[in-house]
Ligand binder design. Structure first.
Ligand code: HCA
Ligand code: CU
Length: 398
């Protein structure tokens, strides 16, 4: 069964300007746990003592999810992570030719010796620790280097090898540049050595392909997929949690054990505290994700929502809704009037037509019309006993 690793608190906090206090981090972790993610990556305890105490607090909060720390390939970083009592440790170190030469200034053998030393240390200190090794920028590194480093890491005690598309380089269907190719090749090459680690994927969204690549990895048989709330992360971020879960759910994955009803609250919380708003047209959690607007749509949806919806909003604890504006038709106004409790007036065809005209004029201001607030005011303007259209049937005017 596919597992989800949420990295909102680690990768997500690498979004410029984003900071979650330890209290907020705990709330986010709790909500992720209710949703049912398998691993929560909280951060690198060596970066800051506040992050360390947060990792420790969440690791001891009694959550079902495994709690993880991120770590550079350094013994002192690993030790700080271990001191927090985590269940999971992610160690990353690139084996790309360029990185080895230009940044680290070491050869592959030295790099592998370092990776082995650090992983063996962690495994010895805590044998039941789940250890992930990530050859950072995996997909732009020579595949031979990746295989060699992965083999050594697994032999040293790594349980998981993560394929990191650190720069959003991969493309589905490309023969060598797809994450599918990397998952299959690693599984095969490691399998040939009698090694069967779990394969994780970490897909960045630089070309808008993070979700597509994650699904490509799923198709190839990856075991773990990294996500974050709102896809937060470095540059264009990573895979969006809600989008991935809905896609996997729709494919019948994981026996629907995710509690998708908590997604909206989690997104609202993260949006509020990251000061990054959710775009209205964001799938699943955007304000308009289940809102119908143009006349033809609303008329059809009034008969059967599925005519313009492939997803059932109820699985997210949501309902579909209606918007009013320039594109609206008669049915939308009628339905909106019923929604605000003016059923009796909704039967007055002349009145509905007049209100529709007025709505089309208001729409020219170019911002959404609030049905609950603005429509009653519009209706009330017609609601006087003297008004020729509503005379005698308007019950609410005083
Ligand atoms: C980073 C890079 C990383 C690491 C992923 C991992 C990436 O540290 O910000 O450790 O599995 O995209 O390669 O997020
Ligand atoms: Cu990343």
């Amino acid at each position: 069964m596919i597992q989800i690793l949420d990295s909102t608190l680690r990768e997500g906090e690498q979004t410029p300007g984003v900071y979650f206090s330890p209290k907020k981090k705990l709330v986010i972790a709790q909500m992720l746990d209710w949703i049912g993610v398998d691993i929560i990556e909280v951060g690198n305890p060596a970066v800051d003592s506040e992050i360390a105490s947060s990792v420790k607090q969440i690791a001891h909060a009694g959550l079902k999810a495994k709690i993880g720390a991120h770590s550079l390939c350094k013994i002192d970083h690993v030790q700080k992570a271990l001191d927090c009592g985590v269940d999971f440790l992610g160690v990353f170190f690139s084996v790309s030719q360029k990185r080895l030469q230009k940044d680290y200034k070491i050869c592959l053998e030295t790099a592998i010796a370092k990776i082995v030393e650090v992983i063996s240390y962690a495994k010895t200190q805590k044998p039941d620790l789940l250890i992930r090794y990530t050859p950072e920028d995996t997909v732009r590194s020579p595949i031979e280097n990746v295989i060699e480093a992965a083999r050594a890491a697994v032999k040293a005690g790594a349980n998981i090898i993560s394929i990191a598309d650190t720069t959003g380089y991969t493309t589905p269907f490309h023969p060598q540049r797809s994450i599918y190719f990397y998952v299959k090749t690693l599984q095969e090459e490691l399998g040939n050595s009698g090694l069967y680690p779990q394969i994780e994927v970490h897909c960045h969204n630089d070309k808008g392909l993070a979700l597509a690549n994650a699904l490509d990895a799923y198709r190839a048989g990856a075991d773990i997929i990294d996500v974050s709330v709102m896809g937060l992360g470095e540059r264009a971020g990573i895979v969006d949690l809600g989008e991935l879960l809905i896609n996997l759910t729709e494919m019948g994955e994981a026996g629907n054990h995710w509690q998708l009803g908590y997604l909206q609250d989690l997104y609202n919380f993260v949006s509020e505290h990251s000061h990054i708003s959710i775009p209205p047209h964001q799938p699943i959690t955007g304000k308009n994700a289940f809102t119908h607007y143009a006349g033809v749509h609303v008329k059809a949806v009034a008969q059967d929502e599925r005519l313009y919806q492939s997803l059932n909003p109820q699985i997210l604890g949501k309902k579909s809704s209606l918007a009013l504006g320039m594109q609206s038709g008669y049915t939308a106004v009628e339905l909106a009037m019923k929604q605000i409790g003016r059923e009796e007036l909704a039967e007055n065809k002349d009145l509905v037509a007049k209100i529709l005209q007025e709505i089309k004029v208001i729409a020219k201001r170019g911002t959404p019309i609030d049905i609950e607030k603005e429509l009653p005011e519009i209706v009330d303007r017609y609601c006087t006993n003297q008004h020729p259209i509503t005379n005698g049937i308007c019950t609410l005017s005083t």
